[in-house]
Design a protein around this ligand. Sequence first.
Ligand code: ACM
Ligand code: ZN
Length: 480
Amino acid sequence: MKPLLIPYPKQIGFSAGAPLLPADAPVTFTYAPGLGEEAYVLKTANGAVNVTASAGAGRFYAEQTLMQLSAAGGLREGLDIHDAPAFSYRGFMIDCCRHFYGVPELKRLIDAAARFKLNRFHWHLTDDQGWRIEIKKYPLLTEVGSKRSGSRFGGVNEGKPHGGFFTQTEIREVADYCAARHIEVIPEIEMPGHFTAAISAYPFLGCTGEPMEPVQKEGIYPNVLCVGSDEAVSFMKDVLGEVCALFPGRYVHIGGDEAPRKRWQACEKCAARMKRLGLADYDALQGSFIEEIAAFLREKGKTAITWNESLRGGCLSPENVIVQRWMDRDNLCADFTKRGGSVIESDFYHYYFDYPYGMTPLRKAFTYDPAEKTGAQGILGVEGALWTEYVRSFHDLCQKLFPRLLAVAERGWSGAPGRSYADFTAAVQALLPLLGEGVAPMLPPDRWDPGMRRRLKEVASFFKGPLSADTLRQLLENRE
Ligand code: ACM
Ligand code: ZN
């Protein structure tokens, strides 16, 4: 039988019946600066383990491989692994805004992700329903913006106030925790849309100046940042200045998705910005704003990431911004990569794990080829996303994420589809104990790939009514 590893190594020699090594077999480490940052070589011979890696993550990844082999059947003589990932970006996103999950929960997810060689934690920290990161210069962002008086997602009235935020000390703690596991944290500070919580704290940030409260339900809301206001734009640069100082990584995600144009259309300041810059439409207005923020971040030594909607303005420069693709009907990401841009693949129908397994079964996530929508060129990597509108407990969060996130870990390492689905699920089953109760309990195997009748039932009950033609088409396209 093949070794039960996730992700499966790039190159592996083994003989299935070889003798087992004792559990306390000595491990020797050889430093090889020439190997890639994340690469390692692992061999077993004469009752001992030899690891070769450079100083960086490679050694850590060899340790994860050893840990997995020990957990699933034990280490055998004659192993010869030469391993390295296909993609440098292998991520997972957690939304801490719609429902708040704190440091202890995040640490468990980070532990789980690290065991499968994921290396980016995209931390969604601000949204309409809550601002979750302390900003020293603007304390009302959390004093006011982190609390809402109720929650009514999906029509379910939770009947109590909801709040929570991360202090800067806690943020540093999480970033350090990640760094020790070779995971880079990418904070997401949403702009110009998904911005109601910020406007609740500082109404001048919106086009109308009207007071409001953080939102209690799912959806897309009209109260966006006034990009025509110099004060509002400076405010966001102040916020990002603190964010840049706080996070050690190279990326800052600045949102850019789902920003309605209604407020801008009625705003004199936004009209003046458009006139001053000669912008033809509101897509160009967003594009120019994203470019301005990306240039600001670049001065601070950071690279901006934005959701694919920001490409509609036609002005993003591939040198300044990385684009994260989730839903891109006009295939603008493909044009962007042809111009030399880099894209992170988070396809809504395959890598959005807030939806039921009936809509996104494990097999569907596993078989997704990141080159399918955008082409092979310019893909920086892959990311699984977990939005939490309907995720009201950590247990549910873990079950939605696992094992589907392991499909992302597999693909992020292997690049194109490689091993069979049967081999993959056998490895998931064998490694189940690594995600036991203390870490991130995963969904039981009989629910990973529901049959079509069950799929339709799960999806209909999730959407609480008739399915859109698009969702139905996707379901039928992916039927097994
Ligand atoms: C998104 O799902 N709105 C990025
Ligand atoms: Zn405005």
